[in-house]
Structures are given as structure tokens and as C-alpha cells.
Design a protein. Structure first.
Length: 297
């Protein structure tokens, strides 16, 4: 395939658990294999140059590929960032790799260098999008979100947030496919915090199969009870995602379907401001989501 038909991609992993990568590898239908090996549209093909979790290469040769992509493909490659950016101790808490001379490449350095020259950046997962669990208190490594890091460094490269802990693989695959087919999404395609509206455009509460219980004021008192899970900490009334209709594991089930309250993992408030996770949501937070008064019963 001609070089001009490839769109290089670089995947950096910061402070996190690699769960976003694992989720993506479980994609069905139009999966990660299709995205990386097939022409999504005629003449356009993703070429994953660097992904420390799944690549076979290691050491200085892989760092050379990383640097060369940033320099030779300036403005033409896609950067994917998984995990929060730990800026404490001058970035020493998280390293991307080390050269044969012992020179350390930190996540902070790699994100800044590659972020400035990328066509666009996809922040995959809540840690990258909003800070997530690594940025929760007391946050000794001073982790921060990708957009917060870019703002601090004055980087203007467009960022698309794909939050979730982990995010559904369809959300990432579909977003990248959209970029290949239609180009970068405009402001009308994203919400106010940079999430694609096609996946994060409706409240979970609106499509929850337990919504009828909520409207009738029938609430579960303990785990396993029938009824709405709102009083057990469900964050569905304040969480935007298509989990109820898309579901997980090839459409098998999702959190509420398995009896768990929604934890609101796609929202900036996760986890600290959503805590305690298994207690009723603070009523003041519901005002901006216009939840019916039956929620207070």
C-alpha cells in the first residue's frame, strides 16, 4: 500500500491499568483488526506505529519509530492517549521507554512532543479524558487529564474524548472510522466536554429498562431487589452514554442489566465527585439534568 494512503497512529499509555486497550481488543463486528488492517474507505488505512501494550518490539528501536513518526509525519498522524498524565516530579512517575544509553523518555515529554505535531488526539478512557482514578485524591503523582495538560502547555491540537472505565470498544472504533471517512468532527458533533454525541448524546436514565420503576416511585432497597437502583447509588440520571442500547460483551449485558447501579464512569465527576458510589446521588447535582421529582421519593 502506498505511504500516502496510510494514516500513522501512535498509542501512548500513561497512568492507568491498560483496561482501555483490553476493551478495544474485545471489539466485535468492525473490530480492531478491521480498523488496523483493512481499508475503512478506499485509499485510507490506519498504520499503528507504536503501542507499548501489544507490540512485540521494545527498547531503543521502538523509541526511534516514535520520534520519527512525530517528525516525518508532522500534522498527519493520529495520537491516542490512554491513561492520565502524571506531571509530578518533572514527569518521572511514568516512563515510555529508555534508550541504550539509559536516557529516560517520560510520558510528559512524549505527550507534549507528539501532541503538538499530531493531526488530532483521541483521549481514550476516563483517566485520559478527565483524570479518572489516577487523578483522584490525594493524587501524589499530580495526574491530570489530557486536555488539562494541553491547556497548561499551550497545545492547540484538537482532542476527542472517549471516556469510560473502560470505554466501549465501539466508541473508539466508530470514532476513528468517522475521522477516516468524514474528517475531524466539528463542534456540532461533540458535546461541551469533547465527547462524540453519537455515543454520549443521551442520558442513560432515558433508555434504562428500569425506568418504569423510577417513574412509579418503586426503588430497590438492597442489591438484587426489583425496582429502580437510584437509591442504591445509580448515576444513570446524570450520565450520558448509550450503554443501555449498545450493551457490552457483544451485546450480552451491561451494568444495570447485571444488577449493578451505573457508576457514571464516563463523566468528569468519576470517581471522587460521584462518591460514595453506592449511595443516593446528592439532590443538588440532579438539578442540571432536569430529573423528575419522583427521584426524591
Amino acid at each position: 500500500m502506498d505511504r500516502e494512503r496510510e494514516i500513522p497512529a501512535v498509542w501512548l499509555a500513561g497512568a492507568g491499568c491498560s483496561g482501555c486497550s483490553i476493551s478495544l481488543l474485545n471489539a466485535a463486528g468492525s473490530g480492531i483488526r478491521n480498523l488496523l488492517l483493512d481499508e475503512v474507505v478506499p485509499g485510507k488505512h490506519i498504520s499503528m506505529r507504536f503501542h507499548s501494550t501489544i507490540m512485540a518490539g521494545q527498547g531503543e528501536p521502538t523509541l526511534t519509530v516514535l520520534h520519527d513518526t512525530g517528525k516525518r509525519e508532522k500534522g498527519g498522524y493520529l495520537l491516542v492517549v490512554e491513561g492520565a498524565i502524571p506531571v509530578g516530579a518533572n514527569g518521572k512517575f511514568c516512563g515510555i521507554g529508555e534508550t541504550q544509553k539509559g536516557e529516560h523518555l517520560s510520558m510528559v515529554e512524549a505527550t507534549e512532543e507528539l501532541g503538538r505535531n499530531a493531526l488530532a488526539v483521541v483521549a481514550i478512557g476516563s483517566c485520559s479524558s478527565f483524570g479518572g482514578i489516577p487523578a483522584s485524591g490525594p493524587n501524589p503523582t499530580q495526574c491530570m487529564s489530557l486536555t488539562g495538560f494541553f491547556k497548561e502547555k499551550g497545545i492547540k491540537t484538537p482532542v476527542i474524548n472517549i471516556p469510560g472505565c473502560p470505554p466501549h470498544p465501539d466508541w473508539f472504533v466508530g470514532t476513528v472510522a468517522h475521522v477516516l471517512i468524514h474528517g475531524l468532527p466539528g463542534p456540532e458533533a461533540l458535546d461541551e466536554i469533547g465527547r462524540p454525541l453519537m455515543y454520549y448524546g443521551a442520558l442513560i436514565h432515558e433508555h434504562c429498562p428500569r425506568r418504569a420503576y423510577f417513574d412509579a416511585g418503586k426503588f430497590a432497597k438492597k442489591s438484587g431487589d426489583p425496582g429502580c437502583l437510584y437509591k442504591l447509588g445509580c448515576k444513570g440520571p446524570t450520565t450520558y452514554a448509550d450503554c443501555p442500547t449498545r450493551m457490552w460483551n457483544h451485546g450480552t449485558n451491561w451494568c444495570v442489566g447485571a444488577g449493578s447501579p451505573c457508576l457514571g464512569c464516563v463523566e468528569p465527576e468519576f470517581p471522587d465527585k460521584n462518591a460514595p458510589l453506592y449511595e443516593k446521588t446528592n439532590e443538588a447535582r440532579l438539578l442540571r439534568f432536569k430529573v423528575p421529582q419522583t427521584a426524591t421519593r
